[in-house]
Ligand binder design. Structure first.
Ligand code: AMP
Length: 175
């Protein structure tokens, strides 16, 4: 089962990036091309049911599997980046962190009005980043059709924050 293979490959790094956090390190997964291919296939087999027009991946680990997912679906890939990285005209969205705030942005022509967008990241934690990404989609009058993650930390209740935007929230494994 792919769930077991992902669990076995993931590395828990304690107290990174700060004390009390158990960081789910996916770099051991990236060293296993067979497992990466299985993850691509599993993400695709869920996403293909949604009939999306575009995949939006969130910097930076949303760029690892997101472009392959878009290619499998034969739709465009849009990078959502931290503030100041994108060269063309952007729209931006700020959101609260535990301490302070952060800003993400995408190009002003990233989505067409009415397009159905699948938002992808490696991991759903509190959901703050993906909610901000959803607000970017809405700012450009596109629609969030669903969410795709490799991992969801369900004990942080991120899914509850995403439900107002879309019911389709898929993760290959949950903790
Ligand atoms: P969120 O709290 O959902 O806004 O998480 C923001 C980003 O931080 C996500 O893109 C995750 O990739 C990353 N992240 C948060 N918590 C963890 C964790 N425990 N392990 C690995 N990545 C994490």
């Amino acid at each position: 089962m792919i769930e077991n293979a992902i669990r076995a490959a993931l590395r828990d790094v304690h107290d990174f990036p700060k004390p009390g956090i158990v960081f789910k390190d996916i770099t051991p997964i990236l060293k296993d091309p067979v497992l990466c291919a299985r993850i691509n296939e599993a993400l695709f087999s869920e996403a293909r049911k949604l009939d999306v027009d575009v995949v939006a991946g969130i910097e930076s680990r949303g760029f690892l599997f997101g472009p392959a997912l878009a290619q499998s679906l034969a739709v465009p890939f849009v990078p959502i980046r931290k503030s100041g990285k994108l060269p063309y005209t952007t729209v931006e969205q700020s959101y609260d962190l535990e301490y302070g705030s952060a800003t993400i942005e995408c190009h002003a022509d990233a989505f067409e009005p009415g397009q159905k967008v699948l938002i992808h990241d490696d991991l759903l934690a509190t959901g703050g980043t993906v909610v901000a990404a959803s607000q970017l989609v809405a700012k450009l009058q596109a629609v969030v059709a669903g969410y795709s993650f490799v991992i969801a930390l369900d004990f942080l209740n991120g899914r509850d924050k995403l439900k107002p935007y879309a019911d389709e929230i898929h993760a290959l494994i949950s903790f």
